[in-house]
Design a protein around this ligand. Structure first.
Ligand code: GDG
Length: 471
């Protein structure tokens, strides 16, 4: 348990809800949602308590009102749900959030759609979230808003007594890219309604400060402060960690799973099916590895779980077809009667199975084209005693996890070489590198992240000491 306690109730705000209520033939069941933001913040809320405001996206979510205690098995915090109309879901969530902001902030500007209808609904939905916050927050509340879906919420919260912070979970891009968004001023001003804005890496924070300067704000780079009217907004770096204990406390029951997969080495990847995660490039790299290293045929398997995500968004459907085709082609070309090179699952796995996969994998292959942080790599390191990590240089995690095999995800050849290096790495080097990685993930876990964020946040409200008398 963490020692940090905020001197007021925490009101956390995200787009995605941590738990949904779904109607099944067995009645209503409560299900935890999958994704990086939920993974990180559910652990935080379990420790602090308070209220989590989020979109109630499931059909049975409002059957017992808009407020419910969660986690359903052992309730310890409150979930207040926001209802969105079908038009809002289409234009605010699937539209502006996932087809405008998401591609721009992951450098896929060619996929971005700039549409005024999307924008108007984004403003409307953000207004709803801000109103829900004002319904539950008291003057003492600490309101913590998260991620790109809700950039306008801080400035829409009209109670000046509230202490407001924001955490941006995805990369923050340079001015060259950010400036393409027609509503860049509104988004920036929305965020500047916060007292503190956090990013995963120094690079993202620097990009944000550069954008502030370009937009004409006065910036103190040394202190990481943006002056906004008569207020100062502090910009901070807080690389998110994982709930380390959750992964170490699971007993190793991966043997049965391991024995079902043929070969000496298992490489593992798990991602939401998203074009930013570099899954297609990973498949091509694995194919190239097999082609160039035929001695590994029949002895190595890539297990890839692609969890369904944003399935109603066109770009995600297209990518699913491309991935199905790519895996089919590779397996068609190289499979033998008793060996399938890629085991591919398009379905979510339970937490228990997730940990089993981590434990059985000799190598984790994490190759996003661009990723705010990436929690999968940290979870793998926590779950295992030894192993090898291949990590994209464009995942935020690469800023910390330098002992991984770092690859450029655009370079198929480099990933293939990385796989070779990983499977042939001498035992002592593997141990040395893994111990170093484990030390970092253990030390900078979710408690460390929360404490760092909360203590920086609280510091902002301590009145500055008057100059001490002349010496
Ligand atoms: C955003 C940023 C940043 C995935 N499939 C299953 C499953 N997962 C869990 C993983 C992990 C989480 O989802 C994914 O986290 P990531 O960090 O990899 O990615 P995003 O969802 O894109 O998250 C990201 C994060 O926010 C936090 O700030 O790191 O950069 O994009 O926890 O384990 N869990 C289970 N079954 C699955 O099938 N149980």
């Amino acid at each position: 348990m963490t020692a940090v306690k905020l001197p007021g109730e925490l009101v956390l705000v995200t787009n995605r809800e941590p738990y949904s209520h779904e109607r099944t033939s067995k009645g209503i069941i409560c299900r935890k949602r999958v994704g990086g933001v939920v993974s990180a913040l559910d652990s935080t809320m379990r420790k602090t308590g308070g209220t989590w405001v989020a979109w109630g996206s499931s059909k049975a979510d409002f059957e017992n009102g808009d407020v419910v205690k969660v986690p359903c098995s052992s309730p310890c915090y409150t979930l207040k749900r926001v209802k969105l109309s079908e038009k809002e879901r289409e234009f605010y969530y699937r539209g502006f959030s996932n087809r405008t902001l998401w591609p721009v902030f992951h450098l896929f500007t060619e996929k971005a759609i700039f549409n005024t209808q999307f924008w108007k609904m984004y403003v409307k939905a953000n207004t709803k979230f801000a109103k829900a916050v004002m319904d539950v927050a008291t003057d003492d509340s600490f309101v913590w808003v998260h991620d790109y879906h809700l950039s306008l919420v801080p400035s829409m919260i009209q109670n000046t007594a509230h202490k407001i912070a924001f955490f941006w979970h995805i990369p923050w891009v340079s001015w060259n890219t950010f400036s393409k968004i027609p509503w860049r001023d509104e988004i920036f001003n929305g965020l500047l309604g916060s007292d503190l804005i956090g990013f995963h890496t120094k690079y993202y924070a620097q990009n944000f400060l550069e954008c502030a300067e370009q937009l004409g704000f006065q910036v103190n780079k040394k202190q990481s402060i943006v002056h906004h009217g008569d207020r100062d907004v502090k910009i901070g770096v807080f690389p998110v960690g994982i709930d380390y204990q959750q992964f170490t406390s699971v007993k190793n029951r991966s043997h049965t799973l391991r024995s079902k997969i043929k070969g000496e080495k298992i490489i593992f990847g798990i991602d939401r099916l998203d074009y930013t995660k570099g899954i297609l490039e990973r498949m091509l790299a694995f194919k190239q590895f097999i082609e160039k290293n035929p001695q590994w045929k029949g002895k190595i398997t890539l297990v890839q779980v692609a969890t369904p995500s944003r399935t109603k968004v066109e770009e995600y459907r297209t990518m699913k077809h491309e991935l199905d085709e790519s895996v089919g082609c590779i397996n068609g070309e190289y499979s033998t009667v008793d060996w399938t090179p890629i085991k591919y699952f398009y379905q979510p796995v339970s937490f228990d199975n997730l940990v089993k996969y981590y434990k059985m994998a000799d190598v984790i292959l994490v190759t996003p084209i661009m990723d705010g942080m990436n929690l999968v790599v940290k979870e793998y390191i926590a779950a295992k005693d030894t192993g090898v990590v291949i990590l994209s240089e464009f995942a935020g995690a690469a800023e910390e996890l330098k002992e991984a095999i770092i690859v450029n995800p655009y370079d198929i050849n480099a990933i293939a070489e990385g796989i070779k290096e990983a499977v042939e790495m001498p035992e002592d080097e593997k141990k040395k590198r893994f111990m170093a990685l484990k030390g970092k993930v253990r030390q900078k876990d979710i408690n460390w992240w929360m404490e760092k964020f909360f203590s920086e946040w609280q510091k902002l409200y301590i009145p500055a000491h008057p100059e001490s008398g002349s010496a």
